[in-house]
Design a protein around this ligand. Structure first.
Ligand SMILES: NC(=O)C1=CN([C@@H]2O[C@H](COP(=O)(O)OP(=O)(O)OC[C@H]3O[C@@H](n4cnc5c(N)ncnc54)[C@H](OP(=O)(O)O)[C@@H]3O)[C@@H](O)[C@H]2O)C=CC1
Ligand SMILES: Nc1nc(=O)c2c([nH]1)NC[C@@H]1CN(c3ccc(C(=O)N[C@@H](CCC(=O)O)C(=O)O)cc3)C=[N+]21
Length: 292
């Protein structure tokens, strides 16, 4: 078997084109969707993200404001900046790039962002809604992954889904989304014993580990759908996934490439969420006007 590649570049372009129309309508109403992205210090994956996100936003017509802080910024100072953007009515979305330096609590920062502006869907309130199968704002990476299943009509209900990795930004919300779509979900991590025994049972295998070419051909059930979330630099500085792509492509039915797979979809979902929040802000204003 030679796996079909799930083209995230193409699908994200399709999504962005639809968004462009929605942004046009908003602009006619005098609203420009605005996203604030806060980057603290230097993180390789985050830098790639900032660059690509900026390009995508420009194409769609979203205004993004990139704020960079040195890695020694205090938690208190960062919280003050978040408060300022929470209170600014022209800002529809706020994103703080993770990971953060050690002196700053990621939990505190995540909780400080207004849930209505939480484009990442990381706030406990939004995570709670997701786990109750009534999502308000969805984490962009797993949400982007779900788009592949929809676009390519890949069934989820009743399938064995195995996720490698349990981070708050990928593994855990991915598990909730797959469960909401009636899959049987297994979440594995660094303490999992005999990992390969689990991965080989997967009809759908999702690798979010952060280790270059970690999942090999022999870890994959023939015919499985394999999603590679990894974004690692190899020895030559080349971007590689968590899946050993060449070998796995020989056994999987579908596979997301790196680059050009999950990454562009994450960005497309971030754009969509920002536009959704901007649209919601118009509805809130309309409601206030009709009530007065
Ligand atoms: N394409 C995209 O849009 C995005 C890509 N990424 C990329 O995806 C990857 C994962 O990101 P993220 O979830 O943030 O990473 P984290 O480092 O937060 O989490 C990694 C997870 O993998 C688990 N893990 C580590 N080593 C092993 C092992 N040997 N066996 C089994 N499990 C293991 C860890 O287990 P434990 O919990 O026990 O420590 C942890 O749960 C990275 O390469 C990142 O750059 C991330 C976000 C978006
Ligand atoms: N609060 C927060 N939310 C995140 O969603 C978040 C984060 N912090 N921190 C960092 C990780 C990483 N991440 C990426 C998303 C897209 C690409 C991406 O565009 N990848 C291209 C790379 C192409 C190139 O080389 O330029 C691709 O896969 O094709 C990369 C990385 C989001 N993350």
């Amino acid at each position: 078997m030679v796996a079909k590649l799930l083209d995230g570049k193409e699908l994200s372009k399709e999504i962005r084109n639809k968004l462009e129309q929605r942004v046009k309508i908003l602009k006619e109403k005098g609203i420009i969707p605005k996203l604030v992205v806060i980057l603290v210090g230097e993180d390789e994956a985050s830098k790639v993200y900032v660059r690509n996100k900026h390009r995508a936003a420009e194409k769609v017509g979203i205004k993004t404001i990139d704020i960079k802080f040195p890695k020694n910024i205090t938690e208190k100072e960062l919280l003050l900046h978040i408060k300022k953007y929470n209170e600014d009515n022209s800002v529809h979305g706020i994103l703080v790039q993770l990971p953060l330096p050690k002196q700053i609590s990621e939990e505190k920062i995540t909780c400080a962002i207004e849930p209505e502006k939480d484009v990442d869907g990381f706030h406990p309130v939004n995570i709670g809604h997701l786990f109750m199968n009534n999502p308000h704002s969805l984490p962009c990476t797993p949400h982007g992954i779900m788009q592949f299943f929809e676009k390519y009509k890949l069934p989820i209900a009743g399938k064995n889904v195995v996720i490698v990795g349990r981070s708050n930004i990928v593994g855990r919300p991915m598990a909730a989304m797959m469960l909401n779509n009636d899959a049987t979900v297994t979440v594995t991590h660094s303490k999992t014993k005999n990992l390969s025994e689990f991965t080989r049972q997967a009809d759908i295998l999702i690798a979010a580990v952060g280790r270059a070419s970690f999942i090999k051909k022999e870890d994959v059930k023939p015919g499985a759908v394999v999603i590679d979330v990894g974004m690692n630099r190899n020895g030559e500085g080349k971007l590689v996934g968590d899946v050993e792509q060449k070998g796995v492509a020989e056994v999987a039915s579908y596979l997301t490439p790196v680059p050009g797979g999950v990454g562009p979809m994450t960005i497309a979902m971030l754009m969509e969420q920002t536009v959704k929040f901007a649209e919601r802000s118009v509805q809130i204003v309309n409601r206030k006007v009709s009530n007065s």
